[in-house]
Design a protein around this ligand. Sequence first.
Ligand code: ADP
Ligand code: MG
Length: 417
Amino acid sequence: MIRNLDRAAFEAVLRRTLSPSSPIRTPEFLRGRERSLEQIRRAFVQRGRQVFIYGDRGVGKTSLALTAAYEHQPSGYEPLILSCRGSFFEIARDLLNRMAQRSVLLSKETRGREFSLTQVFGVKGNQSVETVRVGEIRSLNDFMAALRELCDTGQQGRVCVFDEFELVASQDDRRLFGDFIKQLADQEVPIYVIFCGIGDSVAALLDDHPSAPRYLAAVELARLSYDAGFEIMKGAAEELGAEIEYNTRVRIATISDGFPHYVHLICEKLFWEMYECPDAVAVSNIDHYRRAVRAAVEDAQPYLRSLYDKAVRKYQRDYEHVLWAAADHPNLERRSIEIFETYCTLFQEEKARLPREKFNQRLNALKTPSHGQVLIGTRQGWYRFRESMLRGYARLKAEEEGVELTVDHPLSPRPAR
Ligand SMILES: Nc1ncnc2c1ncn2[C@@H]1O[C@H](COP(=O)(O)OP(=O)(O)O)[C@@H](O)[C@H]1O
Ligand SMILES: [Mg+2]
């Protein structure tokens, strides 16, 4: 029990304060991103400048984009959120339909229809307004003209979020997005656009478009700081009227390693453990924590789990140990010799570990398709996780097995007791 909260009240607090499976939408719960929000505010002061948020999977790009989108949205409207799966023109059509508030459910019937501006707004022949949808968009000029017209008829100032930009697969489509960004500025179309993409740089995501980056504020999102992780825990604990014991907070921040998903997930499990106790619990204990980590591992996103299992081939412990060693350091990119040193620190008994040569073979095997290519070689002898979230999952697994990963987060020191 936590205080004397009944189940409904307990669940309501969990739902409000923790969101392991959904992005954040309000600044109240967006921890540690004040500067990024301000960067976006400043970017939007200038007409024609759009925002591109980039960083690893799971660092909080969508959360930042949605929180900013709600902030800049004209009142009474929702932001327009689009995933970038599909061709540029399909996505363009979807955006126009959303802006024109056409029912998405009717899209099939009218998909083949020719695009014309009268179809964006009104009735043609004997069709009712609801059934008229924007058909195919064939050119960027069509798209820009339609956007302009929608803006002139009350849609100005809308915020569009193009999420998961890394899904734009073809070079042509990336070019078109680049041209679109430029045209928004050149034609002074009064909408705000926020892109999100997994990557190291905007230029790379836009395929080195010659001019688009000039019209963009690039917001690089690093992993979340320790302090922000602590704030997530504190916010939830305070609303519940419970406390997460100090060492546990440090452990949660350490294994989450800047990926807020894990902070939310482990906390959620921890509070359930506390809630399930027959007696009233005010402060978490080590058993709650251990069980919470186990539950978090079981609950982790299935794609991470299966990728991990593929990498370590399930019953072969040595791969798993090599992977933990690779994950046990704040630097994302590391040399094999350093990873080996970590490995020796983690497994001090010589009998229990692989000799250097075998270790290197395992490390290299983890780069191959039969092990899910979970590591990639960046330069001669350097390695990094292809999927940063998998790095987080490896840390969680190590913790579950009682192997303590001890390294501090790069972004901020551990707070004093
Ligand atoms: N600044 C933040 N503070 C608290 N939780 C966050 C923050 N950013 C993201 N999260 C949480 O982390 C998880 C991943 O966030 P998300 O925005 O989907 O990441 P991305 O889009 O980069 O993959 C979500 O569960 C979200 O609730
Ligand atoms: Mg996202």
